[in-house]
Design a protein around this ligand. Structure first.
Ligand code: KG4
Ligand code: ZN
Length: 332
């Protein structure tokens, strides 16, 4: 029997400090997440300097809690996986420095993880049978990517946003209609009470890129010019238009790459309307659709440990001069 591999994952790219223990890349033994949402809520968005300070304050406690919950000690860990980027540089540096210190002291190998690849790997934890190749749509607060996942370590970007990320547009829309931060879940809930009866601009390109700044601006202007506009209808219409744009590129990619599955990842994949729409699309195209369970959609360290596992068994090791890369590209 092969030896089990335990990866300690560390995530601090934005406003969640998280440490997790994952067995064999598929089984979550612990996934402790300390969200700073309550703090950043007061400012209407993430304040980078505050995020870094909060990470520093809690990271050691979260690490200990994670080991305790998983019922393992540092000695049982095979490697330490940490988010190297993309993300806020100060926030990333807390996790990277902590992981390097831990690696030095314990003499355990250090593995660098790309946060976007981590989001994709979140699906491996929910769906034990899921294996590449597949097409993946990553929709989060900072990223909107359509990726051909050729293997666990080989990624080809098919399309990405040319301006705002989907989650960014959700958060902005929520703010202008007065729902507060973080907006995604609030737009999702309010939209359930409305009808998608307001026409909003849809942007398409010849390739598989996306653009959400046009629809974001249209919602801001409409809300400004029509103060009595039905906010629930506006949210429902916004979600429909965004989903139409996402679906259109996914359909093209599925056709072009003859894929029989679509995998969705990232914080916005928690959205109930988007899930329902992709369920329908999958039925229509006779393909399978996968989403991570909700807690693995938004930022967490279990997905970083899962991605780190595949980097680790691929022989990838980081040195102690590892640096955070705020604009790290997928596949780099
Ligand atoms: O993946 P994530 O935690 O962070 C990034 O890597 O960016 O995603 C956070 C984003 C936020 O923009 C948040 O508003 C959005 O995910 N989000 C949602 C929902 N839940 C979280 N957007 C739409 N509907 C939701 N239910
Ligand atoms: Zn993320």
């Amino acid at each position: 029997m092969e030896k089990d591999i335990y990866i300690l994952g560390i995530e601090s790219s934005c406003d969640e400090t998280s440490v997790a223990v994952v067995k064999n890349g598929r089984e979550v033994l612990s996934n402790i997440i300390n969200s700073q949402i309550k703090i950043h809520e007061n400012y209407g968005g993430v304040v980078p300097e505050i995020a870094s300070r909060c990470h520093t304050e809690v990271i050691n406690r979260i690490m200990k809690e994670s080991l305790k919950t998983a019922n393992v000690c540092l000695n049982d860990i095979d490697a330490i996986a940490v988010t190297q980027g993309p993300g806020l540089v100060g926030a990333l540096l807390v996790g990277v420095s902590y992981a390097k210190g831990l690696s030095y002291v314990t003499k355990k190998p250090l593995v660098a993880v790309n946060h976007i690849e981590g989001h994709i790997a979140g699906n491996y934890l929910t769906h034990k049978d899921l294996k590449p190749p597949f097409i993946c749509l990553i929709i989060s607060g900072g990223h909107t990517h359509l990726v051909n996942v050729k293997s666990y370590n080989d990624f080809e970007i098919l399309g990405k946003t040319r301006d705002d990320a989907v989650g960014e547009a959700f958060d902005k829309v929520a703010r202008v209609v007065g729902l507060g931060y973080p907006g995604g879940p609030k737009v999702d809930n309010l939209a359930k009470e409305g009808e998608p009866n307001i026409k909003l601009p849809i942007t398409h390109f010849d390739n598989l890129d996306f653009s959400f700044s046009g629809i974001k601006t249209a919602v801001i202007n409409l809300n400004h010019k029509t103060p009595n506009i039905n906010k629930a209808d506006l949210c429902a219409s916004f979600q429909l238009a965004v989903t139409t744009m996402l679906e259109s590129n996914v359909r093209k990619a599925i056709k072009e790459y003859h894929s029989d599955k679509i995998v969705i990842a990232g914080g916005v994949s928690r959205n109930s309307f988007i899930r329902k729409s992709f369920d329908d699309l999958a039925k229509d195209l006779n393909i399978k659709v996968y989403y991570p369970e909700p807690i693995l959609c938004t930022d967490n360290a279990a997905m970083i440990a899962a991605s780190g596992y595949y980097n680790y068994i691929n022989g990838e090791r980081a040195k102690l001069n590892l640096n955070a890369i705020p604009n790290l590209k997928i596949g780099e």
